[in-house]
Design a protein around this ligand. Structure first.
Ligand code: FES
Ligand SMILES: [Fe+2]
Length: 445
C-alpha cells in the first residue's frame, strides 16, 4: 500500500462530521441485555488475542484463552503452524486444559480420551463399544481460525470473518517498521476491575483526559491538541500520534528536574545548550531524531533500523477494535486489553503487557507503565484491583490512574442524570467506537 492509498483510507479522527451521532447511553455499560448482544453479535465475530508467539516455541506448547464463559486453546503443531480449538472434550464436553503449558497429547481428565495436538482423537477407552463406530482417528476437536500478527496469536470464532490482516487493516502496514515479533514481554498482569470493559477503549481513544488525570505525561509527550494527529479507519481502529517532546503549554516550574533533559543527555545532547525552553523542546526534538539516526547502530538500538523520522521519536497510541490498545513508543510496546466478566456488565479484566525491544548490553528496561523491569520474559500475575490496593507495583503509574477513574465513571453510568456524552472534537473517536459497535450489534457488519 502506498502512502497515498493509506491516506485515502484514513478518516480525520477529530472531525465529528465522520459520525452519525449515536448516543453513548449509560445502559451500554450496565445492562445485561446489552452485554448479551455484544456476545452474540460482536465477540463471536471479531479476532481475539490468545497470547504471544514466544509462548509457543515448540510443538505441543499451547496457550489457553478464557473469554467470558468460552475457552479456546492454541497449540503449536509439528509443522510449525498453530491451530486453535475450543477447550471442550469431544466426548462429553469436559474442559481439557486450564492453563497455558506444554503437552504432547491432550488427555481428558474425565474418561481419559486422548486428543493429538492436531485435534484428532488418538485413543479412547473401549473404542469398540460405540454403536456409531470407533471414534479414534475420526472425531476431531472443533477447530477455529487462527493467525498471527505482531508476535500475537489471534483466533476468531467466525468462519466468515475477514482474514486477520484485513480485519486489522491498516495496522500491519502502519507498523511494519517495528520489530513486534521479537518484543520481550517484561511485565504481564491481569487485573480484575469493577467497571465495564468499554471504559478502556473510550479512555484510550482520547488524550483529552491526560492533563488532568496524568499530569506527569505532558513534560515528555506533547499533549497539546493541535500537535497531535487523530486518525481512524472504517474497521473501527484509530490512533493518536503525539510527539515525544515537552508540551509547551504544561511546563514544569523552572529549575525542576526535567525528564526530557535526561532523554537528550542519553543521546549526547546538552540540554543546557539551548537558549530557552521552547527552543529546547522544538529544536531538541529534531536534534534527538538526528542523534538517534546517527548513533543507533553503535548503541545497539537495532530496532531503529527501519523506523522513519516519526517513529524514532514519537508515540502512536493505537486502538484496535474493539478492546485492544497498543501504545507504540520508540523502544517499547504497551499492550492493554479489557475483557468482560462472564455475567456482570460492571466488571472486567484488564490486561497489562509491557514489552520492550531488546538493546544489546541492556539488562534492565523502562516498561513505561510499570517502572523499570529486568529484560526477560515476565511470568504471569493475576490481581484484584481492590481500589488500587491490589497492585502496589503500578501505584501512581498512568494506567493505575486510568483504572481508578474507570471505577468512578462506571458508577456514573448508573445515574439517571447521565444521558449521553458531550464530546470535544478531539474525542471524536470515542463516539466512533460506539458507532462501529452499534454496526455489529445491528447486523450492519
Ligand atoms: S468428557 Fe472427555 S473423555 Fe469423557
Ligand atoms: Fe489515561
Amino acid at each position: 500500500m502506498t502512502r497515498q492509498e493509506l491516506d485515502a483510507l484514513t478518516l480525520d479522527g477529530r472531525d465529528p462530521a465522520n459520525l452519525r451521532g449515536d448516543p453513548i447511553t449509560g445502559d451500554r455499560y450496565t445492562s445485561r441485555d446489552f452485554m448479551q448482544r455484544e456476545w452474540d453479535q460482536m465477540w463471536t465475530r471479531i479476532w481475539h488475542v490468545a497470547g504471544r508467539t514466544a509462548e509457543l516455541e515448540d510443538a505441543g506448547d499451547y496457550v489457553v484463552h478464557d473469554f467470558m464463559n468460552e475457552s479456546v486453546f492454541c497449540v503449536r503443531q509439528e509443522d510449525g503452524s498453530i491451530k486453535a480449538f475450543y477447550n471442550a472434550c469431544g466426548h462429553r464436553g469436559q474442559r481439557l486444559v486450564w492453563g497455558s503449558s506444554y503437552q504432547d497429547r491432550f488427555q481428558c481428565p474425565y474418561h481419559g480420551w486422548i486428543w493429538g495436538k492436531d485435534g484428532v482423537l488418538a485413543s479412547a477407552q473401549d473404542p469398540e463399544d460405540f454403536p456409531q463406530g470407533n471414534p479414534c482417528g475420526k472425531l476431531k476437536l472443533k477447530e477455529l481460525r487462527c493467525a498471527t500478527w505482531g508476535g500475537f496469536v489471534w483466533y476468531t470464532m467466525d468462519n466468515d470473518a475477514p482474514e486477520l490482516l484485513d480485519y486489522l487493516a491498516p495496522m500491519p502496514e502502519l507498523y511494519r517498521n517495528y520489530p513486534m515479533d521479537t518484543a520481550v514481554r517484561v511485565f504481564w498482569m491481569k487485573i480484575d476491575l469493577d467497571t465495564n470493559w468499554k471504559f478502556a477503549t473510550d479512555n484510550f481513544s482520547e488524550s483529552y483526559h491526560t492533563r488532568t488525570a496524568h499530569p506527569q505525561v505532558p513534560p515528555w509527550i506533547d499533549q497539546d491538541v493541535d500537535t497531535a494527529r487523530h486518525e481512524m479507519w472504517a474497521g473501527g481502529h484509530g490512533r493518536t500520534v503525539q510527539p515525544m517532546r515537552p508540551s509547551l503549554s504544561d511546563r514544569l516550574p523552572d529549575g525542576a528536574d526535567h525528564p526530557f533533559d535526561a532523554i537528550l543527555r542519553q543521546w549526547d545532547i546538552d540540554p543546557a545548550a539551548y537558549p530557552d525552553f521552547e527552543t529546547k523542546a522544538m529544536q531538541g526534538w529534531l536534534d534527538l531524531k538526528a542523534a538517534k539516526k546517527r548513533l543507533w547502530r553503535e548503541r545497539g538500538y537495532v530496532h531503529y533500523e527501519n523506523m522513519d523520522d516519526e517513529e524514532i521519536t514519537d508515540s502512536p497510541h493505537t486502538v484496535i477494535f474493539p478492546n485492544v490498545t497498543i501504545s507504540f513508543l520508540p523502544d517499547n510496546l504497551v499492550f492493554f486489553r479489557t475483557e468482560p466478566h462472564p455475567e456482570d456488565p460492571g466488571k472486567c479484566t484488564f490486561d497489562l503487557w509491557c514489552m520492550a525491544f531488546p538493546v544489546a548490553g541492556q539488562t534492565e528496561v523502562e516498561s513505561v507503565m510499570a517502572g523499570p523491569q529486568p529484560l526477560r520474559e515476565a511470568s504471569f500475575q493475576r490481581r484484584d484491583f481492590d481500589q488500587g490496593r491490589g497492585v502496589p507495583e503500578i501505584h501512581g503509574q498512568i494506567v493505575y490512574q486510568d483504572m481508578l477513574l474507570a471505577e468512578g465513571q462506571q458508577r456514573g453510568m448508573h445515574s439517571r442524570g447521565y444521558r449521553d456524552a458531550y464530546l470535544s472534537a478531539q474525542e471524536t473517536r470515542v463516539r466512533f467506537f460506539h458507532e462501529v459497535l452499534n454496526d455489529y450489534l445491528e447486523g450492519r457488519r
